[in-house]
Design a protein around this ligand. Structure first.
Ligand code: CDP
Ligand code: MG
Length: 723
């Protein structure tokens, strides 16, 4: 039996309820000191700010005394002085000598010691970029690559994009002249496609190696191989003080160069009881710190954009209400999709008399160093991908962070002076509930993308690839199976022509397949839009608390029969018709920033179409064609309505339509989803209902299931070359 309307409405209510912020409550967090001797209890340290707000009336804000701006020479000198003050500087010569002597060097140093910004500059100064050779420095995160490149360009006094540049997916800020290239690890991986021996690079620095992202791990294997037949290539593996012995062993016992850190003591405080609502607890704690603690900026670790925006809003709201009773508090968010002008703000010095609170994802754990942080607030969570190779389900969930992570976070408080770290969990939880270290990403993600890339690099024997930590066997198998079903591999596990094209596009195999299929259905214009909108990640609509009804109505106005993909297409098309107007976005409760990003992504993808031999064409409103192309890519993600919700066709998992979906009311018998997200339940996001009669010709139902079975059979008979 189908869910009743009322049940669905209740579900929607429940969901909305969760989204709502908890009401303001008394600032009582019951924090107490952790281990004996770790400092006074937080309650003692933080007198309740409500008790006597007058007592904390801020001193009048000082006007900057207005000295004349420093001359260029003075500026240059001060930049150099800052460079010389970094912990890595005294080791410059020793480090360069070690690099000259060894092909592979592991570099270990506390976060903020200058590894990322200085070492590539030392190499540049030492002449490693002569004869047009380049230096690559990889970062696991886009924001880090951008901000570090900007910083280094400034230090070197050059324009970003000239000698120093960055390249991240869908954004290339480099030119012919760029010799210092900061890039995401994923981008260097893609470099292998065009230059398998990295011939134009003299040095490759794999930075933030301790993060152990999927791409970094794959890079290790590939670079180790390249280094064998390019003895002149220098390989540097830079890492915070974690795991360096493992890296050394992996790179045939490469020497480890240690940069002694500078760290001031950090007092750690825990809560007495677990926090029911850590977001609220964070906001209250920030205000308590602000009102009761001596000067020093605050760094808060949250798990993602939505949470960060909510926290910033709550903080600003409460500061506004407290008005002049408290000193100025600058609330600054930082997360991956934040526009770069906003990102730059977190590095600007705090004005006198004010305090800065930076609300960050775990990007601020090691990749970025913000000067002046004295207080760290750590709720102990991060967003983590997990993957179940048995069921093939991938989910992004908020999970407790590891002890290693918690310690890195605490360390951020002790860079400039003695600091304090407030953990919003109990000392017991820290001891008994947190894992020692984070499981490497390669063991908790799907591998379709990477397998396709390795195959196109001519690496067939994936089972014996040189992994630092191998992925689960089932995960590899599933990736191969999926690529086979998508037509990227043949029954021998070899790359097909279509697979080669799919690898050219820097997106997931299913998304590339969808784009390739748009050629057949003559709708590449529309499919590019859908692909771009899917890539900006569910942040299209916004829903201000005071205009919920209006926002929901605006969203519903975009609904088209056929599901969420077409809704996305509709939003983009209307926006384009408005002349890409920000006013239009404002009126329709659409995020202008996300749309601008979608436009960029779309342009980038359009530029790649020629490479994969897809011509530009439009379906002229015949959306069935668009739906067919989507189906060609995402048939793997099909679900059928049963009595107890939807069941996925392939893995027989129970899943539900996301309450924000345009098909939430309709609940069609069959549907196709873009992704699964696990929040209160396993939800399908961006769904569309297929109309089988029109779409069965290609990839639906029995045919695809037959393909799965065929593969299993082939595998059993060992006809398929999985190696
Ligand atoms: O890589 P590591 O953590 O060892 O240090 P780094 O990122 O090279 O940072 C060295 C110094 O540069 C720190 O004092 C940072 O505060 C500063 N920095 C900055 O001001 N702005 C950036 N975008 C990056 C670094
Ligand atoms: Mg760094």
């Amino acid at each position: 039996m189908r869910d009743t309307h009322r049940e669905r409405e209740r579900e929607r209510q429940r969901y909305r309820q969760r989204e709502k912020q908890a009401p303001c409550r008394e600032p009582d967090m019951g924090l107490d000191p952790g281990s004996p001797g770790s400092g006074p209890g937080l309650k003692a340290a933080l007198n309740c700010w409500k008790a006597d707000p007058e007592a904390h009336t801020p001193p009048p804000l000082q006007e900057p005394s207005g000295p004349s701006p420093p001359s260029q020479a003075q500026q240059k000198e001060s930049v150099q002085a800052v460079r010389r003050s970094l912990p890595v500087f005294p080791f410059r010569e020793e480090l360069l000598a070690a690099i000259a002597d060894h092909q592979v060097l592991i570099i270990e140093g506390e976060t903020g010691s200058g590894k990322t910004t200085q070492i590539p500059q030392y190499l540049f100064e030492e002449g490693y970029t002569k004869k047009g050779m380049k230096i690559a420095c990889t970062q696991p995160r886009r924001v880090a690559a951008m901000s570090v490149a900007a910083r280094v360009a400034r230090e070197m006094g050059v324009k970003l994009g000239n000698e120093v540049g960055y390249s991240i997916r869908f954004e290339d800020c480099t030119s012919e002249r760029t010799v210092l290239r900061y890039m995401t690890d994923g981008m260097l991986l893609r470099e292998f496609l065009s230059e398998p021996d990295l011939a134009s690079y003299s040095v490759v620095m794999v930075d933030e190696a301790h993060e152990r992202t999927l791409h970094t791990d794959i890079l290790f294997g590939l670079i180790k191989d390249v280094a064998r037949f390019r003895p002149e290539l220098k390989v540097l593996v830079a890492s915070a003080t974690l795991d360096t012995a493992r890296f050394s062993t992996f790179f045939d016992d490469a020497p480890v160069f240690r940069i002694p850190g500078r760290r001031f003591p950090v007092d750690i405080f825990y809560t007495k009881a677990p926090e029911a609502d850590y977001l609220e607890a964070c906001v209250v704690s920030v205000l308590q710190i602000h009102v009761t603690q001596p000067p020093g900026d605050i760094l808060v670790f949250l798990t993602g954009q939505e949470e960060i925006e909510a926290a910033c809003e709550m903080l600003q709201d409460r500061c506004r209400r407290l008005g002049s009773k408290i000193r100025e508090l600058l609330v600054l968010p930082i997360y991956a999709n934040l526009p770069s002008d906003m990102q730059a703000r977190i590095f600007q010095p705090t004005p006198p008399g004010a305090r800065k609170v930076v609300v960050a994802t775990n990007i601020a754990e090691t990749s970025l160093t913000i000067e002046g942080i004295i207080y760290v607030l750590d709720p102990g969570f991060c967003k983590q991908k997990s993957y179940n190779p048995r069921t093939g389900m991938e989910s992004l969930t908020v999970t407790p962070c590891s002890k290693a992570s918690a310690n890195q976070r605490a360390g951020r408080a002790g860079r400039v002076a003695a600091g304090k770290c407030f953990r919003l969990y109990t000392a017991w939880a820290y001891q008994h509930e947190l894992e020692e270290t984070t499981v490497p990403e390669i063991q908790r993600t799907s591998l379709g993308n990477v397998v396709l890339l390795l195959k196109s690099l001519g690496i067939h024997d994936l089972m014996h690839f040189d992994f630092l930590d191998p992925p689960p066997y089932e995960t590899l198998l599933l990736a191969l199976e999926q690529l086979y079903a998508l037509g990227a591999l043949n029954h021998l596990g070899e790359l097909t022509t279509s697979g080669r094209k799919m690898a050219e596009l820097p997106v997931d195999p299913m998304l590339s397949k969808m784009i390739l299929a748009s050629e057949k259905y003559s709708c590449s214009e529309e499919i590019l839009t859908v692909a771009a909108m899917l890539s900006v990640n569910n942040s299209i609509f916004y829903r201000p608390k005071d205009k919920v009804v209006h926002a929901d109505n605006a969203r519903v106005n975009f609904f088209l029969p056929g599901g969420d993909h077409l809704v996305l297409l509709n939003v983009y098309t209307q926006w384009a018709e408005s002349g890409y107007s920000s006013q239009w976005c404002y009126e329709n409760f659409v995020q202008f920033r996300s749309m601008r990003r979608a436009r960029d992504v779309r342009e980038q993808l359009e530029g790649l179409l020629e490479r994969v031999e897809v011509g530009l064409s439009s379906c002229q409103g015949d959306y069935i064609r668009v739906r067919k192309a989507i189906t060609a890519g995402y048939f793997y993600h099909t679900a059928r309505l049963t009595r107890s919700g939807y069941r996925t066709v392939k893995q027989q998992q129970t899943v539900f339509i996301h309450p924000n979906s345009s098909l939430f009311e309709e609940q069609p018998r069959w549907l196709l989803y873009h992704e699964l997200v696990l929040t209160t339940k396993e939800f399908m996001r961006q769904v569309r209902g297929p109309s089988f009669a029109q779409e069965s010709e290609d990839v639906w139902g029995g045919r695809i299931l037959a393909r799965f079975n065929l593969l299993r059979l082939a595998e059993k008979q060992e006809n398929i070359n999985l190696r």
